[in-house]
Design a protein around this ligand. Structure first.
Ligand SMILES: CC(=O)N[C@H]1[C@@H](OP(=O)(O)OP(=O)(O)OC[C@H]2O[C@@H](n3ccc(=O)[nH]c3=O)[C@H](O)[C@@H]2O)O[C@H](CO)[C@@H](O)[C@@H]1O
Ligand SMILES: C=C(OP(=O)(O)O)C(=O)O
Length: 429
């Protein structure tokens, strides 16, 4: 039609619409953890046979691993939250760019494939919205275990006769780096010691599964992990741990709306830093048998946070906590020290009336009396979650576009929040 404006591509993608201002009350269930399910699914590659993983969340990233495992030749049978992965006929060791670029955690194929087949070819994931995110420490660790490493047309290629155990000091406690090296070490000859290892609960979950497979992993959850490799590993049966970041997001949802929410399945020992900060902000937190209850303050007190590796305040909760601080009765400082570019949500929160300024790694958030609904855009996974939280508390209607980011890490988020009384719906493409 002459003169007609072409709609922007965003209009052809799902959006979320929230009518804010409802006090959220009730009970909400936590799903299995994305960041635990992904390494656990790649760990199936270490053995020949059928592994079974329960409590896998229905997320875009889990669909991506399913596709990758199928490319390697695994048979994946998926029934609700249960994945049965049969790795008897693996035929390929290549993780193609088309899939890796949609999910950085694809790099977790590198350790298991190199350990089991002595070869892997995995596309380099490249940077993403939150930072450069190199994988040099994964590669240094594999090289220390005897792998030859080449870069060819954007792919990392590894070769090794059999990996040998090594003492590896990680310059930074990288989470997926620690997981990749634990999986590689599980089939290496002799003992591997990972020093300055990541201590996240997802590392402990993976260690449990590797031990079920026949490796001997000790010290997971501390900064030194000992892994005694085995000649062969057996398939595992395991259930994914609950998602502490999803749980944390729901706790903030209760707090930001002044509500009363029981987050069923949330584990206090996984969430200590967040719970301490929510209490400082004035939320009442109680640990109950089935989960964690939050009762929101009338208005949050200002609380400053600094992100750091576990057990510090998780970078994956920074954006959500910032949304809460936007409505605090005073100013707070939010310092991001894990990723260099994880303030993408700030501009969008400002569109909703937030008063935030950034200097280097720190955002100063001056609390306002109210946020106002607006059309906003999701830029990465947790940035999207912060916009949902801001939208729940804001006056009027918030429409969030590009929610494919949200679907990478939150299962049925609109249905779950609607169950607490939120006025939220997905506008389909
Ligand atoms: C799938 C998964 O579990 N993702 C999580 C994992 O990501 P991921 O494992 O990618 O994050 P890392 O722990 O590796 O990154 C931490 C820091 O180390 C740097 N680094 C990392 C590896 C490396 O070889 N070289 C290097 O310099 C990164 O750029 C970053 O600044 O941990 C992050 C930090 O808690 C979380 O935000 C992600 O949700
Ligand atoms: C950054 C995250 O995930 P990923 O490492 O998969 O990008 C996250 O879960 O917040």
């Amino acid at each position: 039609m002459p003169g007609a404006r072409r709609p922007t591509p965003d209009l052809f993608m799902d959006q979320i619409e929230i009518r804010g201002g409802q006090r959220l009350c009730g009970e909400i269930d936590v799903s299995g953890a994305k960041n635990a399910a992904l390494p656990l699914l790649f760990a199936t590659l270490l053995a020949s046979g059928e592994s079974r993983l329960d409590n896998v969340p229905r997320l875009r990233d889990c669909d991506t691993v399913e596709r990758l495992l199928a490319i390697f030749g695994a048979r994946v049978d998926r029934n609700n939250g249960t994945f049965r992965v049969d790795t008897r006929d693996l035929a390929s060791i290549e993780a193609p760019y088309e899939l890796v670029r949609t999910m950085r955690a694809s790099v977790l194929a590198l350790g298991p494939l190199t350990a089991r087949f002595g070869r892997a070819r995995v596309s380099l994931p490249g940077g993403c919205a939150i930072g450069a995110r190199p994988i040099d420490l994964h590669l240094k660790g594999l090289a220390a275990m005897g792998a030859e490493i080449d870069l060819d047309q954007g792919y990392v290629e590894t070769r090794a006769k059999r990996l040998v155990g090594a003492r590896i000091y990680l310059d930074l406690p990288t989470v997926t780096g620690t997981e990749n090296l634990m999986m590689a070490a599980a089939l290496a000859r002799g003992e591997t010691v990972l020093e300055n290892a990541a201590r996240e609960p997802e590392i402990v979950d993976l260690a449990e599964a590797l031990n079920k497979m026949g490796a001997l992993v000790e010290g997971a959850g501390s900064d030194t992990i000992h892994i005694q490799g085995a000649d062969d590993l057996a398939p595992y049966e395991h259930a994914t741990m609950p998602d502490r970041i999803e749980a944390g997001t729901f706790l903030v949802a209760g707090a930001i709306t002044g509500g009363d929410v029981l987050v069923r399945g949330a584990r206090p020992e996984h969430l200590e830093a967040l719970l301490a900060k929510l209490r400082e902000a004035g939320a009442r937190i109680t640990e109950e048998e089935s989960g964690i209850r939050v009762r929101g303050p009338k208005r949050p007190r200002p609380v400053s946070i600094v992100t750091s590796p576990h057990p510090g305040f998780p970078t994956d909760m920074q954006a959500q906590f910032m949304a809460l601080m936007c409505l605090a009765d005073g100013s707070s400082l939010i310092s991001e020290h894990v990723f260099e570019n994880r303030f993408m949500h700030v501009c969008e929160l400002q569109r909703m009336g937030a008063d935030i300024s950034i200097a280097g790694h720190t955002a100063t958030v001056r609390g306002v009396n109210a946020l106002k609904g607006a059309p906003v855009m999701a830029t990465d996974l947790r940035a999207s979650a912060s916009l949902v939280l801001a939208g729940l508390a804001a006056e009027g209607v918030t429409t969030i576009s590009r929610i494919y980011h949200l679907d990478r890490g939150y299962e049925h988020i609109e249905e779950k929040l609607a169950g607490l009384g939120a006025q939220i719906r997905r506008l389909r493409e």
